[in-house]
Design a binder for this molecule. Structure first.
Ligand code: FES
Ligand SMILES: [Fe+2]
Length: 571
């Protein structure tokens, strides 16, 4: 019945056209009436041509309307009679609905994510508030300086090693790899202040390992009382200014008229313009703004275009040069008198030649980076596309402490040492160029790679990294064109594998995490660094001496009692 009715409608569409033509005539009639009214108004009767034109125009309108009506009727009938066309229309409608539902689902997920982020932010703020309350409300209690770490003096060193070997025999290490994503970790509630204070008083346990949350990311002021190597001597050529950040302040290095290295605050005393944007005039810094000039002591010696004002100066730091490095002293003068000259730590051993010196700025807290460099156990898991590609995971990784902050790794032929306040030195044994052999000791290997890593505390969350690589073989490669860029590329690839992890740790610390919650035996060197740093941060010489003495007494056997795999010295 429905088909018959539809067919009838289809058949009836054509005969209906004339009726609709008549029904639609009024416009044409109106036009004719208009012609007639013109005649009545004395404009004269329409000519036959005008009448003809009028009728043609009317017929055109009618024809267009008829075609449209016919098409519409045709579509309706096809939709009813043709199941395939009907299905297509249904499908199109369903697809439209499905698309809208998918958009709705995406919007839902985004809303839930936003809610989650909001919850985390509120939790973080609450944690921060609690920390602040505990820090200021309970008087003397403060967490130790921060840290996280994993290590890698050996990393870059190892990278360089592998690269060195491959430079002669095999292709260079593979390009950077994306480290695995750091698993999300919920902020832990802070321990009650009384409990932490008790641990601190006990002088043992994890008191010296404090590394929780934001306080652990704060650079202790007491750390300033050291010599810091801030640039390679070879890079500070005459006429060059090197701006750098240290403990949150901006400084500029340059050479004076005699060629001696100098360091002053990178901030003009007139209008605070960075002096490093200016130029050097006869060994004096000239501000680019109004031309004031400063000598190596920071004293203003010239004020063009105005009467000279005496006594204007910017802060200057004591500077020394040793072992191919420029050192500055940012701390108290009285502490410098006690400390003497820069320590003789950084020089490559006899028989080694420097092959690369690099400076990189990295967006992580310097202690976290140091702890990364002081850890070799992560290499087979982290450096899977560079120097540790294909390394098997050892049954056990150990660090055998031969001195307070140094010793040798096992099973890797790597000797490693932390050099206060921010250096990691390592010597890697290579049985053949570029190959690190497991089970050997560095001293028994034929070739060696020596590395210096300096992690300068630029500011909270930023580090200026100085890296120097020396070899006791492959001396001929030093003159190769592009060799510097080659080493830089290798170092950046290795560092890139670590940075993503260390940045992740930093993020979790900022959310309240403790990066030293469960240290194990291969964390020994990193743990020692953290204890050293926290003892310095205490600001109490007695605490520092006690900490150093207790570290000296710890042999490997003393420190690592079998407490379920946990590192004893950390508890
Ligand atoms: S800001 Fe440096 S001279 Fe004016
Ligand atoms: Fe690493």
């Amino acid at each position: 019945m429905a088909e018959a009715a539809a067919a009838s409608a289809l058949v009836g569409a054509a005969p209906a056209a004339p009726r609709r033509t008549c029904w639609r005539r009024p416009p044409a009639a109106r036009r004719v009436a208009g012609l007639r009214s013109r005649a009545a108004a004395g404009d004269g009767m329409p000519t036959p041509l005008e009448v003809l034109r009028n009728d043609v125009s009317c017929l055109k309108d009618l024809h267009g309307e008829l075609v449209a009506a016919h098409r519409s009727a045709h579509d309706e009938v096809v939709a009813v009679l043709n199941p395939i066309a009907g299905e297509q229309m249904t499908r199109a409608l369903e697809e439209q609905i499905a698309g809208m539902q998918a958009e709705l689902a995406v919007a839902h997920v985004q809303i839930h994510r936003s809610e989650g982020r909001l919850r985390d932010t509120v939790a973080h703020l609450t944690e921060l508030e609690n920390n602040v309350r505990q820090s200021f409300g309970s008087g003397a209690w403060t967490d130790g300086p921060a840290t996280v770490a994993s290590a890698e003096a050996g990393v870059a060193a190892a990278a360089a090693t592998a690269a060195a070997a491959e430079a002669t025999a095999a292709p260079a290490a593979a390009p950077t790899a994306a480290p695995e994503a750091v698993q999300q970790q919920r902020p832990r509630p802070a321990a009650p202040p009384a409990q932490r204070a008790a641990a601190q008083r006990s002088g043992g346990g994890r008191a010296g390992l404090a590394s929780r949350g934001q306080p652990g990311l704060t650079i202790p002021e007491q750390l300033k009382d050291f010599w810091f190597p801030v640039e390679f001597s070879a890079s500070l050529v005459e006429g060059r200014m090197v701006p750098f950040e240290l403990f949150g302040d901006m400084w500029v290095l340059f050479r004076d008229e005699s060629g001696a290295a100098a360091c002053v605050k990178d901030e003009c005393a007139h209008r605070a313009c960075p002096l490093s944007l200016g130029s050097l005039v006869d060994g004096r810094l000239q501000c680019p703004y109004h031309g004031w000039e400063y000598d190596r002591e920071g004293a203003c010696t010239k004020m063009p275009s105005t009467a000279f004002c005496k006594g204007i100066k910017v802060q200057a730091l004591p500077v020394a040069e040793a072992d191919g490095l420029v050192w500055v002293w940012p701390g108290r003068p009285e502490a410098r008198a006690e400390a003497g000259p820069p320590p003789l730590l950084a020089r490559p051993p006899a028989g080694f030649e420097v092959h690369a010196e690099l400076v990189l700025d990295v967006p992580v807290e310097h202690g976290l980076l140091l702890e990364n460099l002081l850890d070799l156990a992560h290499a087979p898991f982290t450096h899977t596309t560079t120097f540790a590609k294909g390394w098997p995971v050892p049954d056990a990784v150990r660090f055998n402490a031969a001195r307070l902050l140094g010793g040798s790794w096992e099973p890797y032929p790597i000797d490693m040492e932390f050099g206060p306040p921010c250096m990691v030195l390592s010597t890697i044994g290579l049985t053949s160029p570029g190959k690190i052999e497991r089970g050997a000791r560095a001293a028994s290997c034929k070739n060696h790679l020596h590395q210096l890593h300096v992690c300068l505390p630029s500011s909270e969350g930023r580090t200026r990294l100085l890296y120097r690589m020396s070899l006791d073989f492959l001396g001929w490669t030093r003159g190769l064109p592009g060799i510097g860029a080659f080493w830089k590329s290798i170092a950046e690839q290795v560092l890139g594998e670590d940075l993503v992890l260390v940045k992740g740790q930093q993020d979790r610390m900022a959310r309240g995490a403790d990066v030293w919650a469960n240290p194990v035996s291969y964390d020994k060197l990193g743990v020692r660094y953290r204890r050293w740093r926290n003892s310095v941060a205490s600001g109490d010489p007695a605490v520092r001496q006690q900490a150093e003495a207790s570290l000296r007494q710890m042999s490997a056997g003393d420190i690592f009692a079998p407490t379920g795999g946990q590192e004893e010295e950390a508890h």
